[in-house]
Design a binder for this molecule. Structure first.
Ligand code: HQG
Length: 181
């Protein structure tokens, strides 16, 4: 991704996941905003994005963070929201036996006590492959990869969702279901 595509993608993450008020837009309860409203608001706040540029950002995004609605008129972030009222309307899904979470040592004392919490986001984020978890942990320092007994959790009644872009989401992972060896 070129630098400005990356910068524009970060801008989209900010307004579509965390802070739409920054540019004076509101998201509907499922996280959608009209493309035309987003583009107008972005351009009046110094982000020069037109329709074809927006399509380029969505299509080239390394983690497929955004989706257009089927009719192409609306856009939303696929996961990662911190805004509380957003319901992505995801169906629950049966997870694989093991899912992974990347973190760093400085959180481990609390994680051992409380398990994985969603912190400021709407869900705990997990991945089906270790490589992704390493990258997620690396954002904060030397990565630690935790293995989560997802199948056991599901059997015990915990609910999992799979986002449009392949991220596994759940509300809380108690320490009893985590292995850190
Ligand atoms: C940690 C990025 C203390 C948790 C990534 C993490 C991901 C605890 C941090 C997505 C804790 C929360 C999400 C507890 C968990 N006590 N710390 N009990 N439980 N933590 O950013 O998973 O590029 O909200 O380990 O790639 O790091 O934005 O979650 O370190 O997919 O699309 O608290 O964000 O994707 O941090 O990252 P985050 P995350 P995007």
């Amino acid at each position: 991704m070129s630098k400005s595509l990356k910068a524009q993608s970060k801008f989209l993450s900010l307004v579509l996941r965390h802070n739409p008020e920054k540019i004076g837009i509101t998201l509907d309860k499922n996280g959608w905003v009209k493309v035309v409203d987003l583009l107008n608001a972005a351009n009046s706040h110094g982000q020069h994005i037109n329709q074809s540029r927006l399509i380029e950002i969505v299509e080239t995004n390394d983690k497929k963070r955004f989706s257009f609605s089927d009719d192409g008129l609306r856009i939303r972030a696929n996961q990662g929201h911190s805004i509380k009222h957003i319901d992505l309307g995801l169906e629950s899904s049966s997870p694989p036996d093991v899912l992974y979470h990347g973190t760093v040592d400085r959180f481990m004392v609390e994680i051992r006590e409380d398990g994985l919490k969603k912190m400021s986001r709407q869900h705990v984020h997990l991945s089906a492959d270790e490589k992704t978890a390493i990258k997620v942990g690396q954002r904060r320092g030397k990565p630690i990869v935790l293995s989560v007994d997802a199948k056991k959790m599901a059997d015990a009644g915990y609910v999992f969702y799979l986002s449009e872009n392949g991220v596994w989401l759940t509300d809380h992972v108690p320490w009893a279901f985590i292995r850190d060896e």
